[in-house]
Design a binder for this molecule. Structure first.
Ligand code: NAD
Length: 457
């Protein structure tokens, strides 16, 4: 799309926003219902598009993309209370005033998505943008073209482009969009592109929410249910063939339990995907040639325990566990974002924590342990976007938990109320009346300082 078209869409959205229609709560509720209907009516096409882009199974598409309708229900249920102005206390000396905080929409927001969960990574922020009363421009990733084309088709069928518009294209389109003035940008993608987004946004003083990635560690203690642990790790790592921002990037396993855990993980891979996962209808593929080549190179690190099989013509890499990697290996220097899981060991938990804390702050941190003291210790001594104890990735599915990173893994958060907050401005409103007008703050100040000092004391 050329710059002129982009500018035209933004201008039309600004005009529509100015009419005030998006501020009406009933309008917002109706649009959320429309969005839900859109998903319900096009489930088959969504499943087909994700199959074409990532060889994603119908089950995974329901579980990881279509499930986002739950977020719509949550927003519909809570919208009236979220939009209510909140009365707040005033200090005693300002007794004749009243104060409240009123959420108001920001205006025109830009949502830039990543390819790995192309559908829900666009729809989830859009729910927040609609709920908060904004217009939105959506830019899906060019790397999942079937889902991107589907988004164009269905969004334009249900929403006028002066309210919600989809702009497709690659880096250049993204840059053209970022050169324009928006009222908020929510970007999902890599930390390196996140920095470019923030630099572009700085030029127009646009606030940003950056949903980025990183290397999320998973600590495995000895005090666990081995079978449950293995199933949850294998599920969370190999869903979407490891192309998940909150997948465990590497395991940090207590040395004593490592052989048992490796045996259980290996068994679970076979149970889930069979002897030859290339034949499993449930196992996705790598998004494109470039990512396939990148991951293929990482297979040269350490020693493969299971997996390591590839089929380049299908962009297939089997679920792979790797032992004996060193921290200086490329696999430990970058986010893996694919179906390869290095297994590191620790003998004391302090060393494991020191390793985690020597890296940029991750998006997620996982701990498998029944030991409550250890749970508390790890919560207190590490920092990450979120934590999930005794499970993987499920924190994403809880609408009452804000989802976002910290440090290198992101800025800001969304999901549930956090989405509404992200796309709202909380306007402070103070109200005085005319029944009283004390003279203590007016000039001449002579004789009034002692009263002021009494208040400030
Ligand atoms: P990416 O940063 O390459 O691309 C994301 C978006 O930015 C795309 O729409 C792309 O067109 C655009 N883009 C790419 N280069 C650009 C540039 N130079 N200028 C402006 N725009 C540009 O990321 P990706 O490969 O699509 O996604 C993978 C990354 O996203 C991983 O790091 C992963 O962890 C992260 N991710 C994070 C979350 C989260 O919720 N925190 C979710 C999914 C993915």
């Amino acid at each position: 799309m050329n710059t002129l078209n982009i500018q035209e869409i933004i201008q039309k959205q600004r005009q529509f926003f100015q009419t005030g229609q998006t501020k009406d709560i009933n309008f917002r509720l109706a649009q959320l219902q429309t969005l839900k209907q859109l998903i319900k009516s096009h489930q088959l096409e969504i499943i087909q598009a994700l199959k074409a882009d990532l060889h994603k199974s119908e089950f995974e598409t329901y579980a990881t993309e279509i499930f986002i309708t739950k977020e719509i229900d949550y927003a519909i249920k809570h919208l009236k209370s979220w939009t209510q102005p909140k009365k707040v206390a005033v200090p005693l000396e300002l007794f004749q005033y009243s104060a409240q905080i009123c959420p108001e929409p920001l205006g025109i927001v830009l949502i830039i998505g990543a390819w790995n969960y192309q559908f829900q990574l666009i729809i989830a922020p859009l729910i927040g943008a609609i709920a908060a009363g904004n217009c939105a421009i959506i830019k899906p990733s060019e790397l999942a073209p079937h889902t991107s084309n589907l988004l164009v088709e269905i969004i334009s069928k249900y929403f006028a482009s002066d309210y919600i518009a989809v702009v497709t294209g690659g880096i250049e389109t993204s840059q053209q969009l970022l050169a324009e003035k928006f009222d908020h940008i929510l970007f999902t993608g890599s930390s390196s592109v996140g920095k470019l987004v923030m630099m572009a946004a700085a030029k127009t003083l646009t606030p940003v929410t950056l949903e980025l990635g990183g290397k999320s560690p998973c600590i495995v203690d000895t005090d666990i249910n081995l079978e449950h642990t293995a199933k949850r790790i294998i599920w969370g790592k190999f869903i979407n063939a490891g192309q998940t921002c909150i997948a465990p990037d590497y395991l940090l396993v207590n040395q004593t339990i490592k052989p048992d855990l490796i045996a259980a993980l290996t068994r679970t891979i076979r149970d889930f995907y069979g002897e030859n996962p290339v034949n499993s209808p449930d196992y996705p593929r790598i998004i494109n040639q470039q990512h396939f080549e990148r991951l293929n190179q990482l297979l040269n690190n350490g020693e493969i325990i299971i997996g390591g099989d590839t089929k380049p013509e299908e962009l297939y890499i089997s679920p792979t566990l790797i032992d004996h990697v060193s921290l200086t290996d490329p696999i430990m220097q970058e986010e893996i974002f694919g179906p390869i899981l290095p297994i590191l060991e620790y003998t004391n938990i302090e060393a494991a924590i020191a390793l985690i804390n020597s890296q940029p702050k991750p998006l997620a941190l996982y701990l498998f342990s029944r030991n409550q003291k250890l749970q508390k210790y790890i919560l207190q001594n590490t920092s990450s976007g979120g934590v999930c104890i005794n499970d993987i990735a499920m924190q994403f599915a809880v609408s009452s938990l804000p989802f976002g990173g910290v440090g290198n893994s992101g800025i800001g958060s969304y999901h549930g109320k956090a989405s509404f907050d992200t796309f709202s401005h909380y306007k402070s409103v103070l109200k005085n009346s005319f029944w009283l007008d004390l003279n203590w703050r007016y000039a001449p100040y002579k004789g009034k300082l002692s009263l002021l000092k009494l208040i400030i004391r």
